[in-house]
Design a binder for this molecule. Structure first.
Ligand SMILES: *Cc1c(COP(=O)(O)O)cnc(C)c1O
Length: 386
């Protein structure tokens, strides 16, 4: 690539932080031992994995033994929902989720529907928030699990997890949350929020791809058991067999440590850039913000440029990387299920661009993006004028 890229797609993935790579390097080279090997070399790897588990637990205020490492959030979501559904199915076969969840959650739920479970998909309002009264009335004695994400990947909208947890626990169900876009960017205390299970992933917080994990509550009010997806040597307390991805786990641990340290700073600096970008772009006529203006994470801006096609905008942006909806479904030519659930027309969903900022963005990037978007959107609208 000749021109330097401006990367505004941090909700799809983040670059690896050089400090994370440095922490991983020994484990990609000399310290290659299997963490399950019963010799001194293996014990060193095991000790390092333990530190990474402590770093992760410290970020979300869980106990160390409540962290299960996996290959990423998709696997963790599968493990949590299928694992609970299978293990506790005698208690009931009803699951509740929301229409705006990540496809990993929605696809697992559809799979379970084919296997005798009943799933309720909660609607959201125009801001992307679920209705707590609807949640209350949907929960019944057969409800096993409620799975609602903390932060939405397309809009940054933040669901009221603590209130959700209170409702869920009153009925004796468990609360699973997809915390992938939230952890490391906003403070999370799994006890205070009442979370029973939480999925997370390394590559959304400047860690490596192919590693993530699941928080599985092992203390009051419930010691949760899961049927594993992957059987074998009994790694990760039997919940996820397979030789530990030691370099990946070390990288995730380091990324968690850095996130804990830099969270406040990131919020101010990245949030400042996002606000600047958003306020300038909203000055373009017929441009609308998708999602709640306040109940939203600081790094995302989902904007609908009415009458301008998002794919055409992206072609015009050349070396500026943004997203037209969620990357995970961008191979399918369908409007974003998140935006349509919020009541956007197909046409408005196809005119939406998601800007997701990160640690590498600078003020000069934002200035260029504002200029380019203005020019491209006005040109495109000019072209379609009758
Ligand atoms: C990226 C993402 C996932 C999937 O994570 P992987 O680790 O890539 O499997 C799940 N949920 C949300 C909200 C995400 O942003």
């Amino acid at each position: 690539m000749t021109e330097e890229i401006i990367y505004l797609d941090n909700n799809a993935t983040t670059p690896l932080d050089p400090r994370v790579l440095e922490a991983m390097m020994p484990f990609l080279t000399n310290q290659f031992a299997n963490a399950a090997s019963n010799h001194g070399f293996g014990h060193q790897a095991k000790e390092s994995v333990k530190i990474a588990r402590e770093q992760m637990a410290s970020l979300i205020k869980s106990e160390v033994h409540e962290i299960v490492f996996t290959s990423g959030a998709t696997e963790s979501i599968n493990l949590a929902i299928k694992g609970v559904a299978d293990f506790y199915q005698d208690k009931g076969k009803h699951i509740i989720t929301a229409a705006t969840e990540h496809t990993a959650t929605l696809d697992v739920c559809r799979f379970l529907e084919l296997n005798g479970f009943e799933v309720t998909y909660l609607d959201v309002d125009k801001y992307g928030l679920i209705d707590l009264e609807e949640l209350k009335s949907s929960i019944g004695p057969n409800t096993l699990l409620v799975s609602i994400m903390i932060v939405n990947n397309e809009t940054g909208v933040i669901q009221p997890i603590k209130e959700i947890a209170d409702i869920v626990h009153k009925s004796g169900a468990l609360l699973m949350t997809d915390g992938t876009q939230a952890f490391g960017k906003m403070p999370i205390d799994v006890d205070e929020l009442g979370i029973d299970l939480m999925a997370f992933s390394g590559h959304k917080i400047y860690g490596p791809k192919g590693v993530g994990g699941l928080f599985v509550r092992q203390r009051r009010p419930s010691r949760i058991k899961l049927t594993p997806l992957i059987h074998g040597g009994g790694h990760e307390k039997g919940m996820r067999s397979g030789t530990s991805n030691v370099p990946g786990i070390i990288g995730l641990g380091e990324a968690a440590k850095l996130a804990k340290k830099d969270m406040g700073k990131d919020n101010v600096s990245i949030g400042g850039l996002r606000d600047q970008l958003e306020s300038k772009l909203l000055e373009i006529p017929d441009t609308v913000l998708n999602g709640h203006p306040e109940k939203r994470l600081y790094n995302v801006s989902s904007l609908c440029f009415k009458g301008a096609d998002a794919d055409a905008i992206m072609i015009g942006l050349k070396s500026i990387m943004v997203s037209n909806g969620s990357a995970c479904t961008s191979t399918k030519i369908e409007p974003s299920h998140v935006l349509t659930a919020m009541g956007l027309s197909e046409q408005d969903a196809y005119s939406t661009i998601r800007f997701s900022l990160g640690r590498l963005n600078e003020k000069t990037d934002i200035t260029k993006v504002i200029e380019d978007i203005n020019r491209i959107v006005l040109n495109l609208r000019e072209m379609i004028k009758p």
